[in-house]
Design a protein around this ligand. Structure first.
Ligand SMILES: [Zn+2]
Length: 193
């Protein structure tokens, strides 16, 4: 087994291969991770929450569902999910989100963390490429309500890896809203053959 620890408020990358199992683990609980992936053979093909929602015709993927690329290629298939709450609608948090909506222009963000993590790798990155793993957003009368995630330490989603990819995970630094229960904490990426 290989493991990459993603410190609180930071992001890390990992190379994973077709046939492996990839786990995203919340080490301390109530934490959201912003996750994306790029095809090893062509980084212009990457994880797309929008295409995934479209092809699944559901807002929250479940065990057995595939996570698709921007060319609708299955990149991962969910084999276990301890949480069952995810957001594939909103982009990851970014400097403008904090500046405009929270009057906190110097706050760290998933976008900045991910940009730091992939520096030098020549991978395209936009906020809308991020799947907000474990985010407890609920659609209520057409509005999006964000609640504290209730899941405990050790909560895990495991996925069969269907293509050779580079993955990135940001342990979201949002501490102004309920996203991470006001307390950003570390996560982990784990692979097994
Ligand atoms: Zn974030």
């Amino acid at each position: 087994m290989a493991e990459v620890i993603v410190p609180a408020r930071e992001a890390r990358t990992m190379e994973v291969r077709k046939g492996q199992t990839l786990e995203i683990v919340d080490l301390e609980g109530q934490q959201v991770g912003d996750f994306t992936a790029w095809l090893a053979s062509d980084p212009n093909e990457y994880l797309s929450p929008g295409h995934t929602v479209s092809s699944l015709a559901k807002l929250v993927p479940e065990v057995g569902d595939s996570i698709l690329s921007n060319h609708r290629r299955p990149l991962f298939r969910i084999v276990r999910d301890d949480v069952g709450r995810h957001d594939l609608v909103v982009p990851c948090c970014d400097p403008e989100r904090y500046a405009i909506d929270y009057d906190a222009p110097d706050h760290g963000s998933c976008l900045l963390s991910l940009e730091t993590a992939i520096a030098g790798l020549e991978l395209p990155l936009r906020g809308e490429m991020c799947w907000n793993v474990f985010m407890n957003n609920q659609i209520e009368d057409g509005r999006i309500a964000t609640y504290e995630p209730p899941h405990p330490a050790g909560s895990t989603i495991a996925m069969e890896v269907l293509e050779d990819v580079t993955v990135a995970l940001s342990a979201c630094p949002q501490d102004i809203s309920a996203v991470n229960a006001f307390n950003p904490t570390p996560m982990a990426l784990r692979t097994s053959d």
